[in-house]
Design a protein around this ligand. Structure first.
Ligand code: SAH
Length: 242
């Protein structure tokens, strides 16, 4: 797909979904990222979504639905970023943010790291590791915002994410249509970890074919420091989820 077709499709998707349209320079970054993602994805499995139109809708626009929920200048952690969602689209569109992208799969982090060089994204750094790993304890309590898409059910996600927040910071969990069910299931986890749901935003993602898909963005604020034993090991989390 050439650049002009790409930007036309992106612009129309941004309009339809009420997200900011990228500037010419930002559009170039999205285009380069799409090319690099497709190139690497041809031999290393990074995402099942392979067509540029799908990448624009399901990865870029979907990631950007959360932009309005992130305060200016925030230190953001994208927990379980995969090949960079939502971190890369956010880094392109929000130069005010300082974003760390974390994933347990080294090849995905290598890809994100290389992408930051290709796109010259100075506001994004990539870290390889598991969220519950002792090695990352020094990052706990350091972020204004944690964002996470398609990583774990909300009760488990809260244990992985909330300890990374400063008190007063917010977890933005990007969820699909069944977000209410997950929210009910996570009631205890949110309470035990010192969180409080402050906002639930439902949005309809409109695709290029004008199909709609429900998204639920759940914003949980950390009211007090979580007990020091969290996050536990992944085995312990799975054995006895909060
Ligand atoms: N957020 C991306 C990727 C979702 S797939 C997107 O929306 O496209 C889930 C990702 O979370 C995988 O890449 C997996 O490696 C990562 N992951 C799962 N559990 C994790 C953990 N405990 N710590 C860090 N990364 C984790």
């Amino acid at each position: 797909m050439d650049f002009s077709t790409f930007s036309q499709i992106f612009r129309s998707a941004a309009d339809k979904n009420g997200v900011f349209t990228p500037t010419e320079a930002q559009m170039q970054q999205f285009y380069k990222f799409t090319e690099y993602l497709s190139e690497v994805n041809a031999h290393t499995n990074l995402t099942a979504i392979r067509e540029p139109i799908g990448i624009i809708d399901k990865h870029y626009i979907d990631s950007l639905l959360a932009t309005d929920l992130i305060p200016k200048g925030a230190r953001v952690l994208d927990l379980g970023c995969g090949p960079g969602f939502p971190s890369v689209p956010l880094a392109i569109m929000r130069s005010d943010l300082k974003i760390t992208a974390l994933d347990s799969t080294a090849k995905k982090i290598d890809f994100v790291q290389k992408s930051t060089e290709i796109l010259q994204l100075s506001n994004l750094n990539a870290v390889s590791g598991r969220a519950e790993d002792m090695r990352l304890r020094k990052m706990l309590g350091k972020y204004d915002v944690v964002v996470s898409r398609a990583v774990a059910r909300l009760n488990i996600l809260c244990e992985l994410c909330l300890p990374y927040l400063k008190v007063g910071g917010t977890l933005i969990a990007l969820k699909g249509a069944k977000f209410e069910e997950e929210l009910t299931e996570a009631t205890n986890a949110i309470k035990v970890l010192g969180g409080e749901v402050i906002k639930i935003e439902q949005k309809e993602l409109i695709t290029a074919e004008n199909a709609t898909e429900t998204r639920g963005m759940i914003v949980i604020q950390l009211k007090k420091e979580p007990p020091a034993q969290y996050p536990r090991t992944y085995a312990a989390i799975l054995k006895k989820p909060l």
